[in-house]
Design a protein around this ligand. Structure first.
Ligand code: FES
Ligand SMILES: [Fe+2]
Length: 378
């Protein structure tokens, strides 16, 4: 008898049932959840274009007219600080014949379309449309670039393409309490590392969110200071996971404690946090790393790792050296993760690969899988 099919192409009902079991009995998602282009297409529609996606830090657009251009799952957008000081997320596509107004980031008073010179102000209002006098009923002042729903949380600007999506901040109150000691809102981007890799985006998120792999992948780097066996993942009450990685007494890795008010235990710890689907932050004594994920296809993902430090610390002497050290450590650890993710991707695409059992140390993966199945309708 062929396996019972499910609502998700390529996933059987049995596979979904195994991923749905309680953590102690649960299995991973099946390989097709990662390697199937059809599943990716559904993810774009049901998850990635309906979720809150972090686009920028407020400190990346500090002055009126500053804007950051990026792609939000096929929608070219810009995060703009208006002349009025307000930060908006606007479509970058001209209302005339759909030219991209501002593919590069920068600072402007007006967004003048390079095609026929229609011009928009920093709030997205059309303020000039030359030679349109004979166009019956056309009123430039009635036109404005579409504005996306956005929210600011701890200095992060998040946007959502879905006008019906539930507001984010109320869903992450408990999550926010875990990160409160780190004062993310006071931080600024000090350095950005960029990568592009040939894996499904979930491979990256899963790797970020468990410390079980410290015993293998990071045996020389993280395991001695944040041992896998001591990692903890609390129950969640919303679309998020938190991974606490306590530090070993006397071992230092988070660099000098730049964040004020941390306890000794917090100074030694590393915390990884994700709001589903892929808003990822690591927090530690000297700052934080924001892993900004850009899924490019079922088998391709772009990543920007933004290193954040407290704004006050950036001006202090020695700051450059600290940021340098952070960047070097982050690049070293990420190189180890890249090797691991390459091995996983090679395995997931192999014909004999099936679901595997989860370790209780991988509660975050189980939490993400439940959320993924809920959103995908599995
Ligand atoms: S497409 Fe922008 S002015 Fe024509
Ligand atoms: Fe890792």
């Amino acid at each position: 008898m062929p396996p019972a099919t499910s609502a998700l192409p390529g996933l059987t009902a049995d596979e979904i049932a195994r991923a749905r079991l309680p953590l102690e009995q649960a299995w991973t998602l099946p390989p097709s959840a990662y390697v199937s282009p059809d599943i990716y297409e559904l993810e774009v529609e049901r998850i990635l274009r309906r979720a809150w996606i972090p686009l920028a830090r407020l400190d990346q657009v500090p002055e009126p007219g500053d804007y950051l251009s990026l792609d939000l799952m096929g929608q070219p957008v810009m995060v703009v600080r208006g002349a009025d000081g307000e930060v908006r997320v606007l479509s970058r596509i001209c209302l005339h014949r759909a030219a991209d107004l501002a593919p590069e980031s920068g600072r402007r008073k007006l967004f003048t379309c390079p095609y026929h010179n229609w011009a928009y102000d920093t709030a997205g209002r059309l303020v000039r449309a030359p030679l349109m006098e004979g166009a019956a009923g056309f009123e430039a002042q009635d036109c404005a670039l579409p504005r996306l729903r956005s929210e600011v949380w701890e200095g992060f600007v998040l946007a959502n393409l879905d006008p019906e999506a539930a507001a984010l901040t109320p869903q992450i109150e408990t999550y926010a309490r875990h990160l409160e000691p780190y004062r993310l809102g006071d931080m600024v981007v000090a350095r950005t590392l960029e990568y592009e890799s040939g894996w499904n985006w979930k491979v990256l998120v899963e790797n970020f969110m468990e410390a079980y792999h410290h015993i293998g992948v990071h045996s020389q780097t993280f395991e001695p200071i944040h041992p896998a066996a001591r990692s903890e993942i609390p129950d969640n009450d919303g679309p998020w996971s938190i991974l606490h990685m306590p530090g070993v007494e006397g071992a230092e890795d988070g660099g000098p404690a730049l964040i004020e008010g941390l306890t000794d235990a917090q100074k030694q710890a590393l915390v990884a946090a994700v709001v589903f689907p892929h808003f990822m932050i690591a927090a530690f004594a000297s700052g934080a790393a924001w892993y900004q994920v850009f899924p490019l296809g079922h088998d391709r993902v772009k990543l920007k790792i933004h290193l954040l430090v407290p704004k006050g610390a950036l001006a202090s002497p020695g700051a450059e050296e600290i940021v340098e050290g952070l960047a070097a450590m982050t690049a070293l650890v990420h190189a180890e993760d890249i090797r691991a993710n390459d091995l996983v991707w090679g395995g997931l695409t192999a014909p004999l690969t099936r679901q595997g059992r989860l370790s209780p140390l991988e509660r975050s993966i189980w939490q993400m899988n439940q959320d993924w199945l809920n959103r995908m309708g599995g």
